[in-house]
Design a protein around this ligand. Structure first.
Ligand code: NAD
Length: 500
């Protein structure tokens, strides 16, 4: 990525964007069959950006039929894996060539800071597609230990039509997490982006075709969840739904599967992730930097946001002072201004929910140490980074996912109590642990009930490590790493009798 531009340069680029507003089916932009559209709004200004096709069951039927026919024709599914790799690498290269335009589009629609789009979301999206492309021709099948009278081949095959139903918080990265392994294993894909953020996914589909991915392999259906999303969940020719979003909607996909063809369902859902600071944590300066990043990154609209800081009483005062100091570096404002680390909240609904939780925290007796108010910038949706103290584990802000720049300090009398509080949640996506002891690092990392535990830092691992949740945070599989390929493949045994 080249140097960041200035605010006025980004504004000029935003004004010149060619906006994709129609569905993308079988290699073509098409309106929704109903002619219906929905508004996509810039949350930093309140202004409408465009009207986007709002697809429903009829469009889903067309897209799935095309994806199925494309899969069965075998142009992509039966292509030599090394050829699929080359085409996917070209796709990654085209994303890279168009990354500035994609970054601006992503920022406009989601309210994410342009700095983040340019320096994190785009590079990680590109790297993800490249990583799975490179894996395409390096995956081996297995031979069973069945003796000399038989050969048992255990092979993985693509599933056919894969549906991806996505959230708005990391539009491009979430597409890449699903698309990379689904394409590398030879499937055809129908994507339903979140209704707030459809445009960058639509643009990706165009680049996929340009790279040589055959028409019908990547389809994008913008639309509402209860229409396009539900129709995908219930469709008998969809073999798997890979979903990222709330636990509430994730559950619905399990019901849709039971009501239809028992399609595989993989869910990446919410979290109420803890930063656990033990009594022996000695680098509190570093811990505070990571804790603040973990809480505020992407305005806290992050499934692994660390919204609970569970700290041993002996180090609490010093840590709290350092957290407050670290928060000062997180400036809120126009997402297109590269100086800002925090942009707008994605939608009015999400903004209202965050304000509701802030009020709830105050009403239940927590103390506001920082923020606690909206930031008024024109008609935009901005919330000040907010830190609560004196939070008890039973308070609403300690139990429910807020999905905003709001976090809470909970004081523990002992390390064991800190661990118990950390695990006392229905979620289990990620946890961060701070300690100076190697032994404690191992012991507590094992005991924390989360799909990812990072030690002395906030992290989700990287593309090479599996990502997913325990308890209500996940179901049915993992994103990232080679384990992600399991979501999009079926196991077949081929048995050859050699005994004659
Ligand atoms: P959401 O569950 O409201 O929506 C996710 C997707 O489901 C959207 O595309 C939406 O249109 C669709 N949908 C909504 N109602 C539907 C219905 N009735 N039938 C079918 N589809 C429907 O989630 P969101 O608000 O977009 O995203 C925030 C949530 O996502 C948070 O809970 C967050 O923790 C979670 N998330 C999880 C991860 C992860 O990897 N674990 C990553 C990012 C976000």
């Amino acid at each position: 990525m080249s140097e960041l531009l200035t605010l006025s340069e980004y504004r000029d680029l935003a004004g010149d964007l060619n906006l994709p507003v129609q569905a993308y089916i079988n290699g073509q932009f098409v309106p929704a069959l109903s002619g219906n559209t929905m508004s996509t709004v810039n949350p930093a200004t309140g202004a409408e950006i465009a009207q986007i096709a709002a697809c429903n069951q009829d469009d889903v039927n067309v897209a799935v039929a095309n994806a199925k026919a494309t899969f069965e024709a075998g142009e992509w599914a039966d292509m030599h894996p090394s050829e699929r790799k080359k085409i996917m690498l070209k796709f990654a290269d085209l994303i890279s060539q168009n990354s500035r335009e994609l970054a601006v589009m992503e920022s406009l629609e989601s309210g994410k800071p342009i700095r983040e789009c340019e320096l994190t979301d785009l590079p990680e999206t590109i790297h993800c597609i490249e990583w799975h492309a490179e894996a395409a021709d390096k995956m081996y099948d297995q031979l069973s230990p069945s003796g000399n009278d038989a050969v048992g081949l255990i092979v993985r095959e693509p599933l056919g039509v894969v549906a991806c139903v996505l959230p708005w918080n990391f539009p491009l990265m979430m597409v890449a997490w699903k698309l990379g392994p689904a394409l590398a294993t030879g499937n055809s894909v129908v994507i339903k982006p979140a209704e707030q953020t459809s445009m960058t996914t639509l643009r990706l589909a165009e680049l996929a075709l340009e790279a040589g991915i055959p028409a019908g392999v990547m389809n994008v259906l913008p639309g509402y969840g209860h229409e396009a999303g539900q129709a995908l969940g219930l469709h008998d020719d969809v073999q798997v739904v890979s979903f990222t979003g709330s636990t509430e909607i994730g559950r619905k996909f399990l019901e849709f599967s039971a009501q239809s063809n028992l399609k595989k369902i993989v869910l990446e859902c919410g979290g109420k992730n803890p930063s656990v600071v033990l009594a022996d944590a000695d680098n509190l300066e570093s811990a505070a930097q990571h804790i603040v990043y973990a809480a505020l990154w992407n305005m806290g609209q992050n499934c692994t946001a660390n919204s609970r800081v569970i700290v041993h009483k002996d180090v609490k005062a010093e840590l709290t002072a350092k957290i407050l100091q670290a928060m000062e570096e997180w400036q809120t404002g126009d997402p297109l201004d590269p100086a800002n680390a925090l942009g707008a909240i994605v939608s009015r609904e999400q903004y209202d929910q965050i304000c509701h939780y802030i009020s709830k925290g105050k009403a239940e007796g927590a103390t506001v140490l920082a923020g606690g108010e909206p930031v008024v910038i024109g008609d935009g949706l901005f919330v000040a980074p907010t830190l609560f103290d004196d939070v008890t584990p039973d308070m609403t802000i300690a139990r429910e996912e807020i999905f905003g720049p709001v976090f809470a300090i909970i004081t523990a009398d002992s390390d064991e109590q800190a661990l118990a509080i950390a695990n006392d949640t229905c979620y289990g996506l990620q946890a961060s642990l701070y300690t100076s002891s190697g032994v404690n690092a191992q012991r507590y990392a094992r005991k924390l009930q989360a799909g990812t535990v990072s030690v002395n830092c906030y992290a989700e691992g990287d593309i090479s490590t599996p990502f997913g949740g325990y308890k209500l945070s996940g179901f049915g599989g993992r994103d990232n790493s080679l384990q992600a390929h399991d979501q999009y493949t079926e196991t077949k045994t081929i048995w050859l009798d050699l005994s004659e």
